[in-house]
Design a protein around this ligand. Structure first.
Ligand code: NAD
Length: 479
């Protein structure tokens, strides 16, 4: 191990590993430090996303969805499955296999690109100085021309409900359960709450989500959020809005949760609860006092537009600098920071970062919402088409939801899109490309879309901006 590198990246989640790989591609001698250990104490690359977030949750969402479909939908396709039963151990093993393949894959990419993987904990001590405590071996001091902090985030804790790894879990624990609880309480109905709540509900748990806010998913378009709420409730998720949890009483076999609902105090008993009330920057033991790196009032590392912290030669990217706390935003920032170190002038398009909630139906959006446009006084036209008007969605047996496209009233430039329905996580990407090229809704309307595909709903929504959809009556003719 060399003691000096051109760049040391701290954190090997999506932001950090992307930064390290790009820096090495650009010819910089690069080390990436990460302290993550899996359940068996083995060092692992990929951070929360690969080890305990995006990837394992998507594996369980997929498996649980198939289980649910086998029980509820297969018969309508003429497929009889007999007595359905759940083998959770195999489901968890499959998930673990996917995680291990992907985290191992990052190791392979590091090797192929010449990134030195340093397994252990790093502390920034000053410009160019990092103290490194390896997972195995003696502590050492490293130096670098530049340091990029990509230390990520961790679940926000609730003081009233300390995690115990058994009855009170965070999102990581909720992905590892080895049996399906009869009654699962989830505190917070944000991204994690609805995704993990869906997984365990499909596998047979009675799931209640307690959400402090009165509005469901305020971050989403109101039409998307309202349709989502309707769909999730019809699937059996009990979503209580305006329910601020005030105390949690953990017994030996159950947990009693008390919450404020309007003027009423209510309580509910669960076998297990999951705390999903947000994530906070992961800066504990990361910055020595000598490092003088400024944090904002919420504890995120303060950076300039080009990712510089208050300490010369130290940059920060990803969740640790703030929202949106999304892996793909972190990856772009990581790559941009690496390119900047070699004198390039990279740019991250924050305006076109897509958001996706991997429920069933999925929810996805990009750009401005109607509320944003109204607040900004921007005149717009909107085209909305339901998946019920799409042949492929019907064939899939999955026709809930819609695509809505918003375009400038005068220039017709696409300003945003909001979707709920089958595979909208993929469909939203067409709008991202369109917005990057500053396309008009007319451009999308004139692009050939394969038939029969779900993407035709995007096409029709673009036509609907101009009140001329082919497979759905235009507004004035709907009667
Ligand atoms: P979130 O901010 O999306 O939702 C947390 C919810 O908890 C909020 O709605 C909040 O009002 C509620 N809450 C807070 N305190 C409460 C209390 N005492 N009682 C009841 N409700 C309370 O956070 P999350 O779901 O924990 O996700 C964390 C981050 O991880 C998000 O910022 C998201 O960017 C990221 N994430 C993204 C995805 C995805 O892209 N699909 C999936 C999972 C996580």
């Amino acid at each position: 191990m060399s003691d000096h590198y051109d760049v040391i990246v701290i954190g090997a989640g999506p932001a950090g590993y992307s930064c390290a790989i790009r820096a090495a591609q650009l010819g910089l001698s690069t080390a990436c430090v990460d302290k993550w250990q899996d359940g068996e104490g083995k060092s692992s690359l990929g951070g929360t996303c690969l080890n305990a977030g995006c990837i394992p949750s998507k594996a369980l969402l997929e498996s649980s969805e198939l289980f649910e479909l086998a029980g509820s939908e297969f018969a309508s396709h003429g497929i009889q499955v007999g007595q359905l039963s759940l083998d959770l151990a195999t489901m968890q093993k499959r998930k673990a296999g996917i995680v291990s393949e992907l985290t191992g894959g990052i190791g392979g990419l590091f090797k192929a690109n010449g990134v030195a993987w340093l397994a252990g904990e790093a502390e920034v001590q000053g410009t160019g100085r990092v103290h490194f405590e390896p997972s195995n071996g003696e502590a050492t001091d490293l130096t670098a021309d530049n340091i990029v902090i990509a230390a990520g985030s961790e679940p926000t804790k609730l003081d009233i409900a300390p995690l115990d790894g058994d009855r009170v879990l965070d999102s990581r624990g909720a992905l590892e359960m080895t049996e399906v609880p009869d009654r699962l309480g989830v505190i917070g109905a944000g991204y994690i709450g609805v995704e993990l709540g869906s997984v365990w509900s499909r596998l047979g748990a009675d799931v209640t989500l307690l959400e402090a806010l009165d509005d469901f998913m305020p971050i989403a378009d109101r039409g998307v959020a309202n349709e989502g709420l309707k769909q999730f409730k019809s699937q059996g998720l009990d979503i209580q809005l305006g329910a601020r949890v005030t105390s949690v009483d953990v017994g030996s076999s159950e947990v009693e949760v008390t919450y404020q609902s309007g003027n009423e105090t209510k309580s509910q008993t669960f076998d297990r609860i999951v705390i999903a009330v947000g994530r906070r920057p992961h800066t504990a033991n990361l910055l020595a006092d000598s490092a003088q790196i400024t944090l904002d009032d919420r504890g995120f590392i303060d950076v300039s537009d080009d990712f510089r912290t208050s300490l010369p030669g130290v940059y920060a990217v990803g969740d640790v600098i703030g929202s949106p706390m999304l892996a793909h935003k972190g990856m772009e920032e990581g790559v941009a920071a690496a390119e900047q170190l070699t004198g390039q002038l990279p740019h991250v398009s924050y305006r076109t970062i897509p958001s996706v909630v991997y429920t069933e139906p999925e929810m996805a959006w990009v750009g401005d919402s109607e509320a944003d446009l109204k607040a900004g006084g921007i005149a717009y036209r909107s085209g909305q088409i339901p998946f019920a008007a799409n042949g492929r969605a019907k064939a899939l047996g999955n026709q809930a939801g819609f695509v809505k496209i918003l375009a400038h009233a005068e220039t017709d430039e696409v300003l945003g899109a909001h979707m709920i329905g089958p595979n909208v996580s993929e469909l939203v990407q067409e709008i991202v490309v369109a917005m990057e090229y500053r396309a008009a809704s007319e451009d999308i309307a004139r692009i050939v879309h394969g038939h029969p595909t779900l993407g035709e709903t995007v096409h029709e929504a673009a036509l609907a901006v101009d009140d001329r959809p082919i497979h759905f009556p235009p507004p004035k003719k709907r009667g």
